[in-house]
Design a protein around this ligand. Structure first.
Ligand SMILES: [Zn+2]
Ligand SMILES: [Zn+2]
Length: 332
């Protein structure tokens, strides 16, 4: 089978992805093999290719928003049938035994396995997944539309909960790509007022189309104080900007796995008044199940741009340069 791997991490346009031919993977105990139909392109893949995230394995295949069909089952794998459609997410597995797993916070597991970082992901014809970490996908949701839900959607949903906005409150969304445009739909459906603060023509237009309450540039103050905010842009310089936009007692949740340097904070202007700054780290399976159920019920729809799997480097480059709105999806 054919697969993309991260060769030497480096600037996206210098060609960090390499195409390789590999044996089809054989599922081990509790695993299934998934023949990839499509795989969403997440900003984490870009951080991995460019070396912002240190490689955890040489020549790893990126991709953790995988939609495909089960083509083989390993010993003891009985959850899915061969031919069944499943989603393969970022959280590939946990040890189930550390202090965090034991208290129901498996997103903080001390020995996690992430798809497309620790183990090969979905920029390939097939990949393996531990069956208990895969998701069954609802009928009526096409493969391409389902893919971005599997990381962008789930992580954004956790970030929304971490931002802790009261019912009917005002949410600020900094940066408006694949994850934000799904999260904003959930927030609007739940009755929040949503203010989007972002640069980039495509992103701003997409926000307007979704009917958010206002769209401004990232550095302008929103039209009203925020009861909570999510920073999706990987830009540390926006942390003080977003903190200043918060009302007293409100939380800024940083959704990304990587953030550029945060400048020194001004305690009085940016933190005092019990404003909170917190990160969002991976997700639990419960977050994923809840979000997928909610996404179906609320009609959350991903805006997608399709690329052939052969064009994975171009998709990553277009993401890096903000050349599309919504989420890119690679098709085998
Ligand atoms: Zn654990
Ligand atoms: Zn991701």
């Amino acid at each position: 089978m054919r697969a993309w791997v991260v060769g030497t991490p480096g600037q996206v346009d210098s060609g960090p992805l390499r195409r390789v031919d590999r044996e089809e993977p054989v599922p081990g105990p509790g695993q299934v093999r998934v023949d990839v139909s499509c795989c969403g392109v997440c900003r984490t893949d870009l951080h991995l290719a460019e070396g912002d995230l240190p490689p955890r394995r040489a020549a790893v295949t990126p991709g953790h928003e995988v939609v495909g069909r089960v083509s083989a089952r390993g010993p003891g794998a009985t959850r899915f049938t061969v031919g069944q459609r499943v989603g393969v997410p970022w959280l590939g597995s946990t040890d189930g035994s550390c202090r965090f797993c034991r208290r129901g916070e498996e997103n903080l597991c001390t020995a996690p396995v992430f798809t497309g970082w620790d183990v090969d992901g979905g920029y390939a014809d097939a990949c393996l997944v531990d069956e208990s970490f895969a998701y069954p996908l609802p009928d009526g949701l096409g493969d391409e539309r389902a893919a971005p839900l599997l990381c962008a959607g789930i992580i954004g949903y956790r970030a929304l909960r971490c931002a802790d906005v009261p019912p009917g409150g005002r949410l600020g969304v900094y940066g408006f790509g694949g994850s934000a445009h799904l999260t904003a739909q959930v927030a609007l459906a739940q009755g929040l007022r949503v203010h989007v603060l972002t640069r980039g023509e495509h992103n701003r237009r997409l926000a307007e189309q979704l009917g958010v309450d206002s769209v401004g540039t990232a550095t302008d103050p929103p039209p009203e104080p925020l009861d909570g905010a999510i920073l999706f842009a990987p830009a540390g310089e926006l942390v003080p900007v977003a903190l200043r936009a918060l009302d007293r007692g409100a939380t800024l949740a940083v959704a990304g796995i990587w953030l550029s340097r945060i400048p020194a904070l001004d305690y009085a202007a940016e933190l005092f008044g019990e404003r909170r700054l917190r990160s969002v780290t991976a997700n639990t399976r419960r977050d994923g199940e809840e979000f997928l159920r909610l996404a179906g019920r609320l009609g959350v729809r991903a805006t997608t741009v399709a690329y052939p799997m052969d064009d994975a480097p171009r998709a990553l480059s277009d993401l890096a340069h903000g050349r599309f709105g919504g989420a890119a999806v690679l098709h085998t």
